[in-house]
Structure formats: C-alpha cells, structure tokens
Design a protein around this ligand. Structure first.
Ligand SMILES: [Zn+2]
Length: 359
C-alpha cells in the first residue's frame, strides 16, 4: 500500500450554527455535515487531521473589509436581523462568529502550512468569494480567500500568491481585491457571466493599472463538461500559471459546477475534481514546496458536494504516488493532460439556453 500524504481539515462546529433560514436556502449547515461525514467514511479518513480555527482578528479583516461594513455585519447578526444587503444573504445571531471562524480558518491553515503541513482544506461556511470590501453578496459575508492571501503576504512575507477559483461562479470579491495588484494572480474558471451570477468575470477583465495581466477569467458556456474545462485548463490555465510562478497557491474550492448541482449550468463530473486535485498538487510541488491551501466555496447538491470534495482531497493526498508512477521530478506539460484536445470555440458552444435566476 503506497503512502499517501496527510491532509489537515480546518473546521469548526460553530460553522453549523450559521442559520440561513431553513430548507428554502441552498447554503445550509447540511453541506458541511455531508462533506465531513463523507470524508470520515472514506479511506481518506486515516490521513486526516481535524483542527479548529481561530477567529480572524480585526487587523486581518481590515486588510480587505471596511470598518463600517464590519460593524454593519456584526450589528445585523447580533440585533436579530435576518439578512444583510440582499435577501440571499441570510444570517442569524451566530453568523458573525461563524464568519469570523471561516475567515480565521485560512489564517490557521497558513500557520500550519508555514510549519510542517503541506495540504490544508478549510471546510467552513459561510463561503466568501462574492463578498466585497463593503458588501455581502451571494451568501458570502467575509472574503475568506482574500484575507488568507493578505495574511500570507503580510505575516509570512510570501509575495506572489495565486488564487485559483474553480467554483461555478466568478469570485467577484477576489477580483476586486486584487485587480490592481500584480503580486496576486486571480484565475477563475466559471460559467459565462451572461448566463450566471454575479455577472462579472468576462474574459476582457484582465486587471487594471499595475495589475493588468494578473487576472485571468475563463468563462465557460452553459453545459460545459469535463472535456471543455480540461481543454481550457491545458491551453489557458497551465501556461498562465507557469508564467506567474507563484510562491503560494490558494484554491477557492467550490463544487457547484457539478452536473447534478442546479446552481449553475456547468456539467462537470465528480471525477474532474480529482483531476483538479492532481494538477494543483503538482503545481504546489513544482512552485510552492508542496504547500497548498484550499478553502470551501460553493457546492449545494449535498451528495455531489461530498463526493466531489472527497475525490479532490483523495487526489491531493495521492499525488506523490502519481508523480512517482510517472517520472520522478519531471514536470507535466499541458499536452499530457488527459482529455485535453481542442473542442473548438468555447464561446459558440452550449449557449442554447439562458438561466433565469443566478442563485
Ligand atoms: Zn458558486
């Protein structure tokens, strides 16, 4: 039995106390329950260490969020209001603390990664990638990935950070944070904004000012499947990443592009998340001494979320074995990606229907 690499899961029971108002809302505590139960029932179980996060301190929250917004969020939760900024963003009394713990998970994870650990997955909610500096959006209150990137830079002096986002939706908040910043590369694969929430993430959005060229949006048409995303991965993602050569990688790990998840029109299989895991672990080995931080974003079909996350983490854990079974020390070229072949113009495929409501 080959040895596989251990994974640290950063999670906290209080993330379950973030109540979004009952069964009508897709961002439920059951998402985490299903994901964690699936991990505990999988062969991965023996390789997992569970760690509780600290709450993100104010000084780290304000590396992105406005003070006024933070007071508004806290007041909204503690005063018994049911949503912030839009009815999508349901919250309860416990939501502020849950949001602090979710944001803190990335920070705790980075502390571990700067020590002995190599692979950290933050199984937390509420998610974060839609949250703006002064606005709650798309079930997100604090931008967990943005705060993690700032922490890595300012606490540990890591300058070049890649944030790669394979959630079905564009991470508008991550892009906003870093669009002028040449040291944080934001790379997102998502359903085309013409058809999908939040309506940003066009290919033309490539960063501004000194950050021009450090944002890469790869919109995929509704119906895009494994073949199409692998094609984009080999042709667009791999060259961009190789050119940027990050010191550290943060993954905005959303699983709502799965074909069973009706939150997007994308149609990935469960297995594609294993490919993502394999490739990301390879990049981490090549550029980042194996260090990789993943933070849960979306994923609303409970069974697919659980299976996809388990598949992703299994691939991360097994990556050493995969590498050894190839040629030790040899980096992978884009042409080697299985299933990677030209499927024609992405923009002209699968645009047969409009999705009426994004979230
Ligand atoms: Zn999403």
């Amino acid at each position: 039995m080959p040895l596989s690499r251990p994974i640290t899961i950063v999670t906290h029971p209080h993330c379950l106390a973030h109540d979004t108002g009952g069964g009508e809302h897709p961002e439920t505590p059951g998402r985490l329950t299903a994901l964690l139960a699936r991990l505990q029932a999988s062969p991965l179980r023996d390789r997992l260490t569970m760690v509780e996060p600290r709450k993100a301190e104010r000084r780290w929250l304000t590396t992105f969020h406005d003070e006024h917004y933070l007071f508004r969020l806290e007041e909204c939760a503690l005063s018994g209001k049911t949503h912030l900024d839009h009815p999508d963003n349901q919250l309860c009394f416990d939501s502020y603390e849950a949001a602090l713990l979710s944001a803190g998970a990335g920070l705790t994870g980075i502390d571990l990664l700067e020590g002995e650990e190599n692979l950290v997955f933050c199984a937390v909610r509420p998610p974060g990638h839609h949250a703006e500096s002064n606005l709650a959006l798309g079930f997100c209150f604090l931008n967990n990935c943005v705060l993690a990137a700032r922490y890595w830079q300012q606490q540990y002096g890591r300058r070049k950070i890649l944030v790669i986002d394979f959630d079905a939706h564009h991470g508008n908040g991550i892009q906003s944070a870093f669009e002028e910043d040449p040291e944080v590369f934001y790379l997102s694969l998502h359903e085309h904004p013409t058809f999908s929430f939040p309506g940003s993430g066009y290919a033309e959005e490539t960063g501004t000012g000194p950050g021009r060229g450090a944002t890469l949006n790869i919109p995929l048409p509704p119906g895009a499947d494994d073949q199409m995303v692998l094609n984009a991965w080999s042709k667009r993602v791999e060259p961009a990443l190789a050119a940027f050569a990050p010191e550290r990688i943060i993954v905005a790990a959303g699983f709502d592009a799965h074909r069973d998840d009706d939150m997007s029109g994308l149609a990935y299989s469960t297995e594609i998340y294993g490919k993502f895991g394999e490739y990301l672990a390879g990049w981490a080995d090549q550029f980042c001494q194996g260090k990789l931080l993943s933070i849960l974003e979306g994923g609303y079909h409970l069974e697919s979320l659980a299976d996809s996350a388990a598949t992703y983490l299994t691939a991360l854990s097994n990556h050493n074995n995969i590498t050894k079974s190839r040629h030790p020390g040899e980096s992978r070229g884009p042409e080697e990606l299985p299933g990677a072949k030209d499927t024609g113009s992405e923009s002209q495929q699968g645009l047969a229907y409009l999705r009426p409501t994004p979230e």
